[in-house]
Ligand binder design. Structure first.
Ligand code: SAM
Length: 210
């Protein structure tokens, strides 16, 4: 597995895990200067642990949709460039602001990812969109935000089946979301995120040629 620059495998109390360098955020294990990137707490961490080809090499400009309290967004900002972190719930936003205090490249935005026009004046074109919104209409959210991606950029999305339909078979939901995504993207790779996250699909995609 090729990890981006700034993400390394490190041993924490006898257990090997991916890790980045930065102030701890969510009680993760640390071994100065490294802090564990817990794949059980992070879908992007799981995608890296599972060896998905994310295309990340380090230093990319990122738009992160569904940042919550910054568990994953903080790791991303540790090894990427400017990281615009969109979250619409005020409560996790407070913790996200705390995580951003020691991270000059992390820019929290209290915005709704379904309304990209409300942050289009702030967000520059990005190399990567990371999406983990766990809400109905995950394909639509990704399509609405494709406008920010450079032509050869990557969408790295975690699709939660139960957010679309609690009763349907996850595979049926994933097929539906995939076909939604194909309006704007070419899907390069998909993988279930087990054993880290049940009923989640990791997706790597790139904007479709016009
Ligand atoms: N990505 C986070 C991490 O790994 O640390 C966890 C994200 S959590 C599964 C999903 C988050 O998406 C929630 O905090 C929720 O408030 C946020 N969310 C859902 N719909 C959203 C929307 N339309 N715009 C912005 N945030 C949204």
């Amino acid at each position: 597995m090729t990890l981006p620059t700034g993400v390394e495998r490190h041993e924490f109390d006898g257990e090997t895990s991916i890790a980045t360098q930065g102030d701890p955020v969510y009680g993760e294990r640390t071994d100065d200067p490294w802090r564990r990137w817990d794949p059980h707490r992070s879908k992007l961490g799981a995608m890296l642990e599972l060896g998905m080809d994310t295309g990340l090499s380090g230093g990319e400009t990122v738009l992160y949709l569904g940042a919550a309290a910054g568990t994953t967004a903080s790791h991303v900002a540790d090894f990427c460039g400017p990281t615009y972190a969109v979250e619409f719930a005020p409560r996790p936003m407070r913790d996200l602001l705390t995580a951003a205090e020691s991270r000059q490249r992390l820019f929290p935005l209290l915005k709704d990812a379904r309304k990209p026009e409300t942050y289009a004046h702030v967000v520059e074109p990005v190399d990567v969109v990371v999406q983990d919104v766990a809400t109905r209409g995950q394909g639509r959210v990704a399509n609405l935000n494709e406008q920010f991606l450079s032509g050869d950029g990557r969408l790295l999305a975690a699709i939660k089946a139960r957010s679309e339909d609690v009763t349907a078979d996850p595979e049926t939901v994933f097929e539906r979301v995939r076909s939604d995504l194909e309006q704007s993207y070419e899907v390069l790779e998909t993988a279930r995120l087990d054993p880290y996250h049940a009923d989640h699909l990791g997706v790597v995609a790139t904007p479709r040629d016009e």
